[in-house]
Ligand binder design. Structure first.
Ligand SMILES: Nc1ncnc2c1ncn2[C@@H]1O[C@H](COP(=O)(O)OP(=O)(O)OP(=O)(O)O)[C@@H](O)[C@H]1O
Length: 242
């Protein structure tokens, strides 16, 4: 079953035509990564899906419903958990207070469950948002989205600015969510980290999808990975044993 189907999206900022017929799909239980260089249109694709910048042409279907022109709150209510770029957590509130902000949607995720699965956040419970490291802030932002009990989690560059070891920790959160039955759409600059967790990959270039296929196949294509990953290509080391 499809969690998300986007077809032929054309999205503009004013007169700037950014997406030129973008199509992608996330099926139930999948982690799908959307890759591409700076400015390729990844964030714009996510904004079109989440209802923040509506596509002028094309269709977004979420959980079988056409949501192309729905406002963001209605899309969130349907089960889309969107974590934008830049970790917008409340810096003057504690971790615990941050987690109490979202309006709950019924489901298996609760604050005790979050603390159980992300002990790092439990340890930091009474720390203010601004006292957290970048990795902890990202985990908190994802945890907050999970409390909405989404069926599809959409993450925009969770690894941005994080050291490799911390990236691995944040990506464990992604696999935990997937293991809990949540589908994930992941936008990343860190190509190697993303293809290591994803089932399928799409590559966006200048508003066009130029690759679509298995993430494992993509990972094998060293030349392609290197071209996309650029300078960060050497940074990612797969998690070692234990
Ligand atoms: N609010 C805006 N108004 C006008 N142009 C914008 C706006 N936001 C983004 N753009 C432009 O749209 C294009 C796509 O941007 P987008 O943020 O979707 O790319 P991206 O692939 O997510 O890149 P990045 O990795 O830098 O976030 C870029 O050329 C960008 O300059």
């Amino acid at each position: 079953m499809s969690m998300l189907e986007a077809e032929g999206l054309h999205t503009f900022y004013g007169k700037s035509h950014i997406l030129h017929g973008v199509g992608l799909e996330v099926r139930e239980g999948e982690v799908v990564t959307l890759l591409g260089r700076n400015g390729a249109g990844k964030t714009t694709t996510l904004r079109s899906i989440a209802g923040l910048t509506h596509a002028r042409e094309g269709v977004v279907r979420l959980f079988g419903k056409v949501t192309t022109d729905w406002p963001p709150f209605r899309i969130a209510g349907l089960g889309l958990g969107y974590v934008p770029e830049g970790r917008r957590i409340f810096s003057t509130l504690t971790v615990d207070e941050n987690l109490r902000v979202p309006a709950e949607r019924p489901g298996p995720w609760s604050i005790p469950r979050i603390y159980q699965l992300f002990p790092r956040l439990a340890e930091r419970k009474t720390n203010k948002g601004r006292q957290l490291s970048g990795g902890e802030q990202e985990m908190l932002a994802i945890a907050r989205a999970l409390l909405l009990n989404p069926k599809l989690l959409v993450l925009d560059e969770p690894s941005q600015g994080l050291a490799p070891l911390i990236v691995q920790e944040v990506f464990k959160v992604v696999t935990t969510a997937r293991d809990e039955g949540i589908s994930v759409l992941l936008v990343e600059q860190n190509v190697r980290a993303a293809v290591a967790v994803a089932d399928r990959a799409y590559v966006l270039d200048d508003g066009h999808i130029v690759y679509e296929g298995s993430a494992a196949e993509f990972a094998k294509d060293e030349e392609r990975v290197r071209a996309l990953a650029g300078a960060s290509a050497e940074e990612w080391e797969p998690a070692g044993e234990g």
